[in-house]
Design a protein around this ligand. Sequence first.
Ligand code: UT7
Length: 321
Amino acid sequence: MNKILHSRMSGIATYLPEKILTNDDLAKIVDTNNEWIVTRTGIERRHIAEDNEYTYDLATKSALKTLQAENISASDIDCIIVSTTTPKDKCPATAVKVQSLLGAKNAFAFDIQAACSGFVYGLSIADSFIKSGQAKNVLLIGAETMSKVTDWADRSTCVLFGDGAGSCIVSEAIDDEHKVIATKLYSDGNRYDQIVIHNSEKNNCRGHMTMSGSEVFKSAIRCMAESVNDILTENNMTIDDVDWIIPHQANARIIKSLCEQNNFPADKAIVSLQEHANTSSATIPMAIDCGIKSGKIKDGNMLLLTAMGAGLTWGSAIVKL
Ligand code: UT7
């Protein structure tokens, strides 16, 4: 068997629930206002799943678009990885439900949990499966129904999150123009308490989140800057080699500071959080999809993905799309 040197990422797609919740809608639920949310976060609206619409539904709908974009059938998928913090049930995995809904009978399927860094973690795992020959077509999905673990009485967190899913295929690179160049992952469990989704029921949701907002804000900038600089250096690259930075979409001020502190041109960063808010592990594929649809990201562009989330977990990837 020939050694596979690189994987590639293709067929980026997203699915968003139909229901939209604007900042003005939120102002009717908690003591907040559009101006505060836009100024402090950049978020204008978010999509919210119906009560009977679950993470596996969003994941499956996004995956169907990926299969269509790649013109492959579900039976060609031999591995399904779903990154999610918000499964409908604790067990079994969201990925096996997606397998069943797609009819992907030849796949093995499992979930990973690395919070908002989940898509970058999933990409790293998928890349390793392809390089080791353990899989040929990995369906990688980041999917979340954050609304189901949001405490809708807590204005400090409920304005920040939304629901959505993003997906892609990771398979063997067939040329030098489309490939995953590198991935790099980190975590620090000493900062476990900075963001937690607790199991307890509160205010009619399936969990509730506590977050040290300003600590997480600073950690996000520091962690993403560290991993971006490490991965560029290790691959003998600079920001000039990168066409687009795809940062985790939590707060427009985090993205702005990340660029300012590292002398990255701000117009290289794709920002889509105004439309979707923070969809945790789905933000990166959703932002790539927005970049493609807006005509910014083009075939063969060099993308620098970077994310940070609860754990803390963080990481980056360099992808020639
Ligand atoms: O995906 C990774 C996870 N999350 C993140 O990356 C989020 C990181 N953190 C952040 O984005 C920001 O820290 C927040 C957006 C969460 C908060 O922004 P901030 O500028 O750090 O605000 P703050 O927490 O310092 O609060 C400032 C004020 C407070 O009032 P006082 O004490 O100054 O009177 C808050 O009570 O804003 C108040 N406040 C609000 N006011 C209106 C907090 N939330 C709201 C709200 N509407 N929704």
